[in-house]
Design a protein around this ligand. Structure first.
Ligand SMILES: [Zn+2]
Length: 196
């Protein structure tokens, strides 16, 4: 079972991308640093007319957070076995597999017996990466388009502005081309796997 979430390295990679340092090691302070506020991961505060928080090291509005977490519509009962989906693990499983937790367990058990389990997990991983890449791309495009006032907040509370000084069209193209490459790579992985 896989969790769908932005990983620290995705965020750092995105930050480096937008700051024009694709190979920069994380933790290096570059760009438009300015000590502004003292906000840590998980803080929520109001600034101007918006509510802000720090999530995965990124300063973002709370509505942006909702965008990332956007809920998947889930029916009451499992489309596979028809039982009510009310257990804690039903929801995360439904998001990925479109069936309840017990059905997933059963399905995976059958795959293990047939010796197809490893292949299936590999497939899931690649698909999960696709989703992360996709969501990260729309998130970044959204930030570039609407939120030039946003910035990354490092763990010690330093705000790094990363839109200032660069024009939006340039950033947009950069995000798109970089993510296109990423998706191409994943697609190739999928194809190679099918070919074997
Ligand atoms: Zn089920």
């Amino acid at each position: 079972m896989l969790k769908k979430e932005f990983k620290r390295k995705d965020v750092n990679r995105a930050r480096n991308l937008l700051m024009g340092k694709t190979n920069a090691s994380t933790g290096v302070q570059i760009g438009y640093n300015k000590k502004e506020e003292d906000h840590k991961e998980g803080d929520i505060w109001t600034e101007g007319k918006k509510t802000w928080t720090v999530k995965n090291g990124i300063k973002q509005t709370v509505s942006k957070l909702d965008f990332i977490k956007k809920e998947v519509f889930m029916p009451l009962s499992c489309p596979c076995c028809g039982k009510l989906m009310k257990k804690r693990l039903d929801k995360p499983n439904y998001k990925i597999h479109k069936k309840c937790h017990s059905c997933v367990i059963e399905f995976e058990h059958k795959l293990k017996i047939k010796g197809e389990y490893d292949d299936y997990i590999k497939d899931l991983r690649i698909k999960n990466s696709f989703t992360v890449v996709d969501e990260m791309e729309s998130y970044l495009l959204d930030v570039v388009n609407n939120n030039s006032n946003s910035g990354f907040v490092s763990e010690d509370g330093v705000v790094e502005r990363w839109v200032g000084g660069k024009n939006k069209a340039e950033l947009r193209n950069k995000v798109k081309s970089e993510f296109a490459l990423e998706k191409e790579k994943l697609q190739k992985e999928l194809n190679d796997k099918k070919g074997t």
